[in-house]
Design a protein around this ligand. Structure first.
Ligand code: MG
Length: 311
């Protein structure tokens, strides 16, 4: 049941019709001037936009078009996970150069894969011709009590989901013209937004969260600033992949794992059983100036060093 509104004639709308045919049941309610969404009673609406530009965010030789589509959608959905929101819909805006037209079916299949995996409806978007490929995804979600960055309080414990360093390890190999391990490549090409995990964390008492897009230490600094608290992190226990050092893994971007603060201990064994990834206690929230104090083998490591688009 796709209930699209019929579109008039024209090449652009032929392309929209082709995309809708490809997405099938994943897309619904497309074709009016704006998408209509029902938000569950008692929930607030959350919205987040993410874009990926060819040459800035991805290269054609490292990822398939389908993987590129997945990654952009997963990155956008990860921001809903960071807020412990349920995805409602995504809006897909594609700026397409002629050289990419033949890859668009695979690319939109990747977007569809992410929509299917997360139960997110594709509700609309925009198409335009352009000099470089740009994929802009707006995700809409709902939550009764969203997790925010400003909720951490002195005395809270800090936890991270999953393993770190996969994307960093994969990129290091690709840049040297080598083939990354299967695990590292999969973490790079197919990151998984931690939506179900976030709901579990919120239900079990987490009261602040952020997703790791720029690097653990860099994103921890945002949580510290928003909560006006000092985060003390011991990197010794950080689960890493493929021999990546904890120090390097803590600066690895595009991990899409979660950093959460909880006033009490969380059941990491139950979490690992349910989601098949670890939940690791990596530190605590202290009173004091907003800052991140990270240590490895008892020595302080420099904070920062995450990804910054404008540095
Ligand atoms: Mg984020």
């Amino acid at each position: 049941m796709t209930d699209h509104t019929a579109l008039g004639p024209g090449r652009e709308f032929d392309l929209v019709r082709a995309l809708l045919a490809r997405w099938g049941d994943l897309a619904a309610g497309v074709g009016d001037d704006a998408a209509l969404l029902d938000v569950p009673a008692g929930h607030c609406l959350l919205a987040s936009a993410d874009s990926a530009v060819y040459g800035v965010h991805f290269r054609r030789d490292w990822l398939t078009a389908r993987e590129i589509g997945w990654r952009v959608a997963a990155a956008a959905l990860s921001d809903l996970a960071a807020m412990a929101a349920d995805p409602l819909a995504m809006l897909v805006s594609l700026s397409i150069p002629n050289a990419w037209l033949a890859d668009i079916p695979d690319l939109v299949d990747g977007l569809g894969d992410a929509a299917r995996a997360t139960g997110t409806r594709i509700a609309g978007g925009d198409l335009t011709a352009a000099r470089e490929l740009c994929i802009a995804i707006t995700v809409l979600g709902s939550a009764a009590t969203p997790l925010r960055r400003n909720g951490a309080r002195a005395g809270d414990r800090l936890y991270v989901t999953g393993h770190f360093g996969g994307p960093l390890g994969a990129l290091a190999e690709l840049e040297r013209g080598k083939t990354p391990t299967e695990t590292a490549r999969s973490r790079f090409a197919h990151p998984v937004p931690r939506l179900r995990e976030a709901r579990w964390l919120a239900e079990h008492g987490a009261r602040a969260a952020i997703d790791i897009s720029d690097g653990l230490l860099s994103d921890a600094a945002h949580l510290a600033a928003a909560s006006r608290a000092r985060l003390t992190i011991a990197l010794d226990g950080l689960p890493t992949l493929d021999g990546i050092s904890p120090d390097a893994a803590a600066r690895s971007g595009e991990e899409y794992e979660l950093l959460v603060a909880s006033p009490h201990a969380l059941d990491a064994a139950d979490f690992a059983r349910r989601f098949d990834i670890p939940l690791t206690d990596i530190g605590r929230v202290d009173a004091g100036d907003a800052d991140v104090v990270a240590t490895l083998h008892g020595a302080r490591v420099a904070s920062g060093g995450g990804f910054d688009h404008f540095s």
